[in-house]
Write a protein that binds this ligand. Structure first.
Ligand SMILES: [Zn+2]
Length: 251
């Protein structure tokens, strides 16, 4: 059977410190980008929504324009009929026929008036929608300007950190493999609990380097012995002695 290497507590602690230092470095890149990635993606979503709204208004205007065209067509037809009736009325044989034609003409004149009223209302409606559309267009343009600035800013940061970030991501992957799973789970859980992402901290000036809670001398000497994994009683972070912390160097 192959010999499986048992890591000493000291080695386990050293692996954890190394992982913490690498991931803290990655955290720095994230902090550098700040809210930019989220702001960019929020803005992109918002602009997409605004574009959809703009398209909807344009479609509505087209619909109303279509309606106006139909009404104009109807007026043309009515006018043609009126002309026809007018000619017929000159050749009527009796007053009954004359009245019948007159009635038809009046009907068509009414149709025309009604269509004109519809066109007038529809044009007003288009006018209102055009105002809304112009506002929407201006809004989109403004948002797109803001998006461009934020994207440029983010791209600039990414361009300067990309290579290092990739390097440290690779290191983090390797370092994670060297920490035993159970310990890694605790590490991740503690790390997630704190905004500064520190799960492994050194004892600094007799206190926990994470929460600054004082650590009694007896406990400090246990930590220095590196015989078992000791966590801060106050914040739960894994504690290492300052010397071990300094020995682990990423360079
Ligand atoms: Zn603490």
């Amino acid at each position: 059977m192959a010999q499986i290497k048992e890591f000493s507590v000291e080695e386990k602690l050293a692996s954890l410190v190394r992982l913490q230092k690498i991931e803290s470095k990655l955290d720095e890149y994230k902090i550098l980008k700040g809210e930019l990635p989220m702001e960019v993606s929020d803005l992109e979503d918002e602009i997409q929504g605004l574009h959809a709204r703009q398209t909807r208004i344009e479609e509505e205007i087209n619909g109303i324009q279509e309606f106006i065209n139909q009404k104009k067509e109807a007026i043309k037809e009515a006018e043609a009929l009126i002309k026809k009736y007018d000619k017929q009325s000159q050749n009527v044989k009796n007053s009954r026929e004359f009245e019948a034609i007159n009635k038809e003409m009046e009907m068509q004149q009414l149709e025309t008036k009604l269509a004109e009223k519809h066109i007038k209302d529809a044009n007003e409606e288009i006018g209102e929608k055009v105002v809304v559309l112009e506002k929407a267009k201006k809004n989109v343009a403004a948002k797109e300007g803001v998006l461009k600035n934020k994207k440029d800013e983010l791209d600039k940061i990414i361009a300067t950190t990309e290579k290092e970030e990739r390097h440290f991501n690779k290191l983090a992957g390797d370092a994670r493999e060297k920490v035993e799973p159970r310990l890694l789970t605790s590490y991740d859980r503690i790390r997630k609990n704190y905004r500064n992402g520190l799960a492994v901290v050194p004892v600094v000036r007799d206190a926990c380097g994470g929460c600054f809670n004082a650590i009694p001398p007896q406990r400090q000497s246990e930590i220095r012995q590196r015989k078992k994994i000791i966590v801060c009683e106050n914040c739960g972070r894994i504690l290492v002695d300052d010397e071990l912390n300094n020995v682990v160097d990423l360079k």
